[in-house]
Design a binder for this molecule. Structure first.
Ligand code: BTN
Length: 277
């Protein structure tokens, strides 16, 4: 498919692609990777599909996945504490952005982890964690307690690669593809190599999150912008001032600075191309 075969991918010798499945069509690579993870597949399992019939995005949205895109999910079993799981999406966004720059696409990160080119989305990232409650041996005086352990993470990457924006059936002004940006198709194996290698590097330094966030700041197109956010049924507007040490967005509003841990922001001005919406 698209020049990708399990043998070619295994030939990349990436620690993130030790076990590889390539499908012509699948409901969702995310669902398949989760199924494999539950059955015990190791860290570094990669599922790729040429077409997804039920691709899923953040907030339960549908993710259009026709032929020509790179639709993939990775099973990760990171050896770190559950408290670090929330860092994965922004860390992955930095890895994906660096991979895109390597192949010549000047993508920017919209908080928390969308990849945009001139305000148009070129790639989406979906990280889903599975946390286990592990009973811990009772201490002498205390009752048995429970530790929360990160069992696995399924990291989905939906890259609009070798297809036209019109193929994605959303307004053209909202999406970009590698083909539309480079005016040629990418070698999908080279693209995958760049993605796996940058994801590996960034995930390996997740404990130095300050360093990851410094790169995030360099690559982003949200900070300094006026944004609108829906939160708990209310609409907030303000200036995206900075990130907290754990990656929350610090929004300066007329009521003071608000820390946002999740959500969908709407940029009222596009930093990437300077156009007013
Ligand atoms: C987003 O909403 O921005 C995240 C989109 C993530 C889409 C990818 S495509 C591969 C993987 N399989 C899915 O069903 N979703 C993710």
């Amino acid at each position: 498919m698209n020049g990708l075969s399990p043998e070619a991918i295994e030939g990349l010798r990436s620690p993130l692609a030790r076990v590889v499945e390539v499908h012509e069509a699948l409901d969702s690579t995310q669902a398949r990777a989760r199924e494999l993870a539950r059955a015990g597949t190791p860290h570094g399992t990669l599922v790729v599909a040429e077409v997804q019939t039920g691709g899923r995005g953040r907030l339960g949205r549908r993710w259009g996945s026709p032929k020509g895109g790179l639709w993939m999910s990775l099973v990760l079993r990171p050896g770190f504490d559950v408290g670090l799981a929330a860092r994965i999406t922004q860390t992955a966004a930095v890895g994906v952005a660096k991979a895109l720059w390597e192949i010549g696409v000047e993508a920017r990160i919209k908080w928390p982890n969308d990849l945009l080119v001139d305000g148009r989305k070129i790639c989406g990232i979906l990280a889903e964690s599975s946390i286990e409650n592990v009973p811990v041996a009772a201490k002498r005086v205390r009752p048995a307690s429970v530790d929360r352990r990160l069992d696995f993470v399924v990291l989905g990457v939906g890259m609009n690669a070798n297809l036209d924006p019109a193929d994605l059936e959303v307004p053209d002004r909202e999406v970009a593809t590698i083909r539309s940006e480079l005016s040629r198709d990418a070698d999908v194996l080279d693209l995958l190599r760049a993605l796996l290698s940058n994801l590996e590097t960034e995930l390996a330094r997740i404990e130095d999150f300050g360093g990851v966030l410094q790169d995030w700041r360099t690559l982003n197109c949200t900070l300094g912008e006026r944004v609108r956010v829906q939160r708990f049924g209310e609409t907030l507007e303000g200036r995206a001032a900075d990130l907290s040490p754990e990656g929350a967005l610090l929004l300066e509003t007329s009521r003071g600075t608000i820390e946002l841990f999740e959500g969908e922001i709407e940029q009222l001005r596009r930093n990437c191309d300077g156009d007013f919406l």
